[in-house]
Design a protein around this ligand. Structure first.
Ligand SMILES: [Zn+2]
Ligand SMILES: [Zn+2]
Length: 278
């Protein structure tokens, strides 16, 4: 069952996004099937997903300090106490997904859950590659597609150490190591952690096999109706990730950018955009 909630305050004008993106901007949305649920919070630079289980919530991605009140409001609307949040999990360490993560985790007194590659970077300084050259230029065009959100004062102050090529990503919240590829997401039965490098070295997806939901971060996006992301740091790894994800039962993609979308034919038939498109 899918409910689209009213959009709360404080977001960049969706006019440009409406003009440039056929699916329109991401919306707050509650998706429920039986005991399983996910709430999409349309944040400032990316979508935050709240994975809902009885008595427990996992927060996936938080791109901006400005998203904290939106997430707290979403929890209140769902009748969930902040103490139910088990961890905050960035799908990958790119600024638009991570600038609010540490702040949120500390305000909720909960750990930051990191995948193996993110953790190796944070703990041991293992470098992470970013999309570069032409593929990075394509990202400039996606900025107006998201309504041209500008950094808030809090993001300038505290966020810049997170998610940029120069960032050290020094989380002050305690860290929680996620299990490796294919293992269950701790405390959320039915959800699996998938390592999906390509867009970023540390990119993760979260898959719920029974319902076919897939939370993708930037591995898939929905600016143009639901597509593979042309912005990658490792083309070969991305092709492998595509092939692997295409074998899964996926009924709905919950992307980091744009609204969620149904995939009645799975992922294998999703388009890859030509080089001249963003
Ligand atoms: Zn990214
Ligand atoms: Zn992103």
């Amino acid at each position: 069952m899918i409910h689209t909630a009213t959009t709360p305050v404080d977001r960049p004008t969706p006019l440009l996004a409406r003009l440039l993106c056929p699916p329109g901007p991401a919306k707050d949305q509650l998706i429920i099937e039986g005991d399983d649920g996910v709430f999409a919070v349309a944040g400032r630079y990316c979508v935050t997903y709240l994975i809902l289980a009885p008595g427990r919530v996992a927060v996936v991605d938080c791109g901006s300090a400005a998203d904290l009140p939106l997430i707290r409001r979403a929890l209140a609307k769902l009748g969930r106490a902040p103490a139910e949040v088990c961890f905050v999990l960035p799908t990958h360490l790119h600024f638009d997904h991570v600038m609010g993560v540490d702040l949120l985790a500390r305000s909720l007194k909960t750990p930051v859950a990191l995948g193996t590659t993110s953790l190796a970077h944070v703990r041991d300084g293992h470098p992470l590659r970013f999309p570069s050259g032409l593929t990075a230029l394509r990202s400039l065009a996606t900025w107006p597609m998201q309504g041209m959100p500008v950094f808030t004062a809090d993001d300038w102050r505290g966020g810049l150490d997170f998610g940029f090529p120069w960032s050290h990503n020094r989380f002050r919240a305690p860290l929680l190591a996620l299990p490796q590829h294919g293992a269950p997401l701790p405390e959320f039965s039915g959800w699996t952690v998938l390592e999906t490098p390509g867009h970023a070295d540390d990119a993760l997806c979260l898959h719920h096999a029974r319902t076919g939901w897939l939370i993708t971060g930037d591995t898939l996006r929905n600016f143009l109706g639901g597509e593979w992301n042309p912005m990658v740091c490792d083309q070969i790894a991305y092709q492998r990730t595509r092939a692997r994800l295409s074998t899964l039962h996926v009924s709905r993609v919950l992307p980091g950018h744009g609204p969620t979308f149904a995939t009645p034919n799975g992922l294998a038939t999703l388009p890859q955009r030509p080089w001249w498109q963003p």
